[in-house]
Every structure is written in structure tokens, then in C-alpha cells.
Design a protein around this ligand. Structure first.
Ligand code: ATP
Length: 304
């Protein structure tokens, strides 16, 4: 478990983190979302011990990253946004080198390396030099390296950036495995649909402050539903009728009524004598919509 306790950090005169407090519990995947510059990377760098807070502390399994740095670091893996490696080295040799620091013999490290590289989809290219890896392959490699010491806690900073669909699938499986093993996982991402499908809870950060922490169930309840329906024909009369219940938009035979705040059966009784209704269901708005409502910024104005 990672506990971020009243952490503040200033760069020059700029306050990047302001009394930040939140937990990353065991056995759960915690998503970390915020606009560019909100403070996610700074938080992770402080939690991993590479920079110090001005005030506050981070406890990793109860050990302070400031006062008990070695014990805290041993219990934590961090994949930074921009992992840096020695590039003129073959991937497997680099893995063996790093594993040596964790006490693995060369043969053990090589065996583990082949397993881990396969796990992240790098089977067959283990002997290629890292300089010949693509950005996505380097990111996959960074994920494999972070698994070497098998710690209890994980920080993943924008690891989905530059990953293709297969790479994202590997990360999903990896995160799900870590969760099953009872590990604590914090991951930041701008791909909110991925956060939505992976996270058990989400920490929202805005301008260096934690503005909300919500479970995915709470997010779904918080969201205003849309009514989605498929009908045999979409005409102006239908749109006029649906406008009484919310804001309809049309995509082929699918009509989505956003900000729907009524009973679907009332819509059905109003239109079913004139239209054949193939499908009618409530859909809850995305994490993105909830995010913008929480931080109070218009969706159109800013993108995460
Ligand atoms: N070493 C530094 N020196 C000066 N300012 C910094 C430094 N590191 C971060 N900052 C500033 O602190 C703020 C938070 O940056 P941080 O990288 O933590 O944001 P982020 O939420 O990770 O953003 P992004 O989503 O763009 O990666 C930004 O305004 C950034 O410019």
C-alpha cells in the first residue's frame, strides 16, 4: 500500500503539489487522472523517491520514502513516462544486468528475462539492441524490467502512450495479474476509456490538488445517463419528441439522448405506436464527462 500524506512541492515559485493526500490500496488498480501539468508525474517521482517533497511524506508499506528510503524503494516499482536505457545493448543483456542488482545469477536472470520479455510481447526480439526497438517496444521492455524484483507496489506513469492495441492488451493483462496477486497499482493515463475499463477507483488531480477520489461504481452513479435507442426510421418528429427528454443526437439508426433524466418507459409509450423500437437502453456517461464535471472545465475547451 502506498500512502501519500500531505505532500506539497514547489518548483521555484510554482506550487506543483498542494497538500496532496491519497492512498493506493493493495489488491486494487487506482487510476490517476488530470490535465497536462496537473501534477501526476511529480507525485509519482516523489512516491518513488527520486525527488523529495517540500513537506509531507509518502509511506510504502508503512516505510517513509524520506526516512526509510531503502526499505520503501525495495517495495516499489516505477515505470516513468520516459524510461531511459543504455541503447547500445541487447535487450536481454540489459535485463540480465539490471537483474544482477537484485541478486539473480546470470543464468537465472537470463531465464527470467526470456519469460518476462515473452510476457510483454517481446518474444523473438530479445537479442535485438534497444536502439533498434521502437518507442512502444521500449515501453514494453520497461514494463518487463519493473517486474524483476516482484515488489508489492507499482507506479505506472503514462505507460499506455505509444503502445499499440496489442501492447495495451499486454498491459491490461499485467495489471489484472498484479491486482489478483493483491498488489497496489497506481497508473496515470490520458486514455480515459482505458482508465475506465481497468481501474477500480480513480484519483482526480487538478492544479496540484486532489479534487476527488471515487470508485468506478460511484463514477457510474454520479454520471448522468444517456438513453440510447435504435428505431426503424429517424425523422424530425422523432427528434422533436425526444428533445422533450434531453439532447438527442443521431448516428445512422442509433439515437442518443444525452442528459436523460426520465423513465425510458415514458419514451416508449410516446413513440412506440409510430416507430418500431428495436433497442432502448440507458448508458452512463464516460469517465471523461465525469472528470470535466468534477474539475469544472468545459469538455470542449480543454483536452486531457
Ligand atoms: N523540475 C521541474 N522544474 C520546474 N517545474 C516543474 C518541474 N517538474 C514539473 N514541473 C511543473 O510542475 C507541474 C506539474 O508537472 P507534472 O509533470 O507533474 O504534470 P503531469 O500531471 O504529469 O502532466 P502531463 O499529463 O502533461 O504529464 C507542471 O506545471 C510542470 O511544468
Amino acid at each position: 500500500m502506498i500512502q501519500i500524506q500531505h505532500v506539497s512541492k514547489t518548483f521555484g515559485r510554482f506550487k506543483a503539489l498542494d497538500d496532496e493526500t491519497f492512498d493506493v490500496p493493495d489488491g486494487q488498480i487506482t487510476g490517476f487522472v488530470g490535465l497536462n501539468g496537473a501534477g501526476k508525474t511529480t507525485s509519482m517521482r516523489i512516491a518513488s523517491g527520486v525527488i523529495y517533497p517540500d513537506s509531507g511524506d509518502v509511506l510504502v508499506d508503512g516505510y517513509s520514502v524520506i526516512r526509510e528510503k531503502k526499505k520503501a524503494s525495495e517495495r516499489l516499482a516505477w515505470v516513468p513516462e520516459l524510461p531511459i536505457f543504455e541503447l547500445d545493448v541487447k535487450a536481454i543483456d540489459y535485463f540480465v544486468y539490471i537483474a544482477g542488482y537484485y541478486g539473480y545469477s546470470t543464468s537465472e536472470a537470463r531465464k527470467l528475462g526470456m519469460e518476462m520479455l515473452e510476457k510483454v510481447g517481446l518474444k523473438g526480439v530479445e537479442r535485438r539492441k534497444l536502439e533498434n526497438y521502437s518507442q512502444g517496444m521500449k515501453r514494453r521492455f520497461a514494463l518487463a524490467v519493473c517486474l524483476i524484483s516482484n515488489p508489492q507496489n507499482y507506479l505506472f506513469d503514462e505507460v499506455l502512450n505509444g503502445l499499440d492495441a496489442q501492447g495495451i492488451a499486454y498491459f491490461r493483462n499485467l495489471a489484472a495479474d498484479l491486482k489478483k496477486e493483491g498488489k497496489a497499482v497506481l497508473f496515470s493515463s490520458h486514455i480515459l476509456s482505458e482508465v475506465e475499463s481497468l481501474a477500480d477507483r480513480v484519483v482526480f488531480i487538478h492544479k496540484g490538488k486532489i479534487v476527488k477520489t471515487m470508485t468506478m461504481d460511484e463514477i457510474r452513479k454520479f454520471a448522468t445517463p444517456s438513453l440510447v435507442l435504435r428505431v426503424d426510421k429517424v425523422d424530425n418528429n422523432l427528434i422533436d419528441d425526444l428533445s422533450k427528454f434531453g439532447e438527442p443526437t443521431v448516428n445512422g439508426d442509433k439515437v442518443t439522448v444525452r442528459n436523460f433524466n426520465d423513465d425510458p418507459s415514458r419514451v416508449n409509450s410516446m413513440i412506440s405506436s409510430r416507430y418500431k423500437v428495436y433497442e432502448m437502453k440507458l448508458e452512463y456517461s464516460s469517465l471523461e464527462e465525469v472528470f470535466f464535471r468534477i474539475i469544472g472545465v468545459e469538455n470542449e475547451a480543454v483536452r486531457v
